[in-house]
Design a protein around this ligand. Structure first.
Ligand code: HCB
Length: 225
């Protein structure tokens, strides 16, 4: 894969151009490019640039929304390819995923869900702006092994702790492992709030989810997905 194509993918996100982003994604697939390489080296790198420009006041909210739209267009092309391998595997575990209360960032969470699905986990994505109690209710309903909590704002990070408290209150804390992530989240923060694991990106989330399944001393169900 040429550096120019990755650069073009980055540019499609920076310019908020969904059609171009999707076209480049299709081109990547037809050229035999691993979808995850396209995401990480192309589109996510573009998103990083957008975040930096926004922080420097060189980009504004509508620009950031257009970039998010372009990212979603690329993901819509790449996601089926990413998830395909998961369909043939045995079930690795059940994961509840959501973005905390007050936070509508979803791209990273969707990517984590896609990669978990591709690696045999059964994922229930609760969406964005999810109240703490709903994480607990759904964890019980779906007999979750892992709850993954995403937060992208420094102001909503603390709601990850509220989710953990809600899970404790519901009596599920011993049977459910908790994994946190999102741009401002760190390993130190995860430890501070009593989470079981932290993941910096979607691939690490898969590795962490596997580690948490082992830590549960739970024998994964050999049930086809
Ligand atoms: Co938004 N926003 N935003 N935003 N946004 C950020 C997050 C800032 C850092 C930009 C900046 O200032 N540099 C900033 C937060 C600053 C802070 O709190 N310190 C910010 C702000 C301020 C805001 C608003 C408040 C702006 C405003 O209204 N004035 C507003 C908040 C709205 C709200 O939530 N209540 C807002 C809105 C938006 C949108 C709607 C325009 C759009 C989101 C669209 C959508 O998701 N549908 C948006 C976007 C796109 C961003 C940036 C540019 C990109 C986020 C993103 O998608 N990254 C972001 C800048 C940045 O993060 N660099 C900016 C790409 C994904 C792949 O990375 O980190 O989300 P990720 O996920 C990774 C990783 O963290 C991990 O794996 C993922 C995959 O690799 N992971 C997990 C994530 N969750 C996990 C859970 C697990 O269990 C495990 C791992």
């Amino acid at each position: 894969m040429s550096c120019e194509t990755f650069a073009a993918m980055q540019q499609s996100i920076i310019e908020g151009a969904p059609d171009i982003a999707a076209e480049l994604a299709r081109h990547a697939l037809s050229s035999g490019i691993a979808p995850l390489d396209a995401i990480n080296n192309g589109y996510v790198a573009g998103m990083q640039n957008v975040g930096e420009q926004f922080a420097r006041h060189q980009m504004f909210l509508p620009d950031m929304m257009a970039s998010a739209e372009a990212m979603r267009a690329a993901m819509a092309v790449l996601e089926p390819e990413l998830t395909r391998s998961g369909a043939q595997r045995t079930m690795a575990g059940v994961v509840i995923l959501g973005t905390t209360n007050g936070d509508i960032h979803e791209i990273g969470k969707i990517l984590v869900g896609t990669m978990l699905t591709a690696n045999g986990f059964r994922v229930h994505d609760l969406g964005v702006d999810v109240p703490a109690e709903l994480f607990a209710t759904k964890a019980r309903e779906f007999a979750a092994d892992i709850v993954g909590i995403s937060a992208l704002l420094t102001t909503t990070m603390r709601n990850q702790k509220t989710v953990i408290e809600a899970i404790e209150k519901s009596g599920l804390r011993r049977s459910v492992k908790i994994m946190v992530g999102g741009a401002p989240v760190t390993r130190a923060w995860a430890e501070q709030i009593g989470a079981d694991g932290y993941a910096k990106d979607a691939m690490s989330a898969v590795a962490m989810a596997r580690e948490l399944m082992r830590a549960r001393q739970h024998v994964p169900l050999a049930v086809p997905v």
